[in-house]
Design a protein around this ligand. Sequence first.
Ligand SMILES: CC(C)(COP(=O)(O)OP(=O)(O)OC[C@H]1O[C@@H](n2cnc3c(N)ncnc32)[C@H](O)[C@@H]1OP(=O)(O)O)[C@@H](O)C(=O)NCCC(=O)NCCS
Length: 161
Amino acid sequence: MIALLSRLFSRREPVLSEATPQDAAAIAKLHAASFNRGWSEDEIDRLMLERNVLTHRATVNGRLVGFIISRIAAGEAEILSVAVATSYRRKGLARRMLNLHMGRLAGSGTRVLFLEVDEGNAAACQLYRRAGFREAGRREGYYTMADGKRATALVLRRDLT
Ligand SMILES: CC(C)(COP(=O)(O)OP(=O)(O)OC[C@H]1O[C@@H](n2cnc3c(N)ncnc32)[C@H](O)[C@@H]1OP(=O)(O)O)[C@@H](O)C(=O)NCCC(=O)NCCS
């Protein structure tokens, strides 16, 4: 009965907030589950300790289910990575994280946001296009996929002002 009540009242809706280096292990785990080449906890920890790096996280009952991370320089920023845990995908969570992230970047003076994405990554391309990103360049054969094939990177841009 108690277990049932605690399940009923436990929060299932992801809560968004700024991440800290203490989230590095959970971010590394989600990154490794989401991309062919993972980042180590140490790489993420060092990245997050940089003063010009902004990271947001989505948690459910304290468990990390999404993150987005950018590096800022001279009024511009680049999204380095974004991922959502598989069981939370296609529920608008990446869109919510991206909107919060762009709002914070704009609020702290970032005027333009860039990123690179595999043109075959339908989910990511749709996410960015719906958020107003436009193609600023193409890098043919830029990525090497798990099967050894090459894929094109799109450089996308979004003005924040
Ligand atoms: C890309 C990713 C972050 C999207 O997260 P998400 O929370 O599922 O995205 P959302 O639910 O906010 O959806 C955003 C848009 O993308 C669309 N979308 C999401 N998954 C899709 C898919 N598999 N195929 C086509 N469109 C998709 C949604 O329909 C939505 O578009 P809409 O506004 O027109 O309805 C997630 O799929 C992921 O973690 N992928 C692995 C890591 C990755 O590829 N990151 C991007 C690297 S650049």
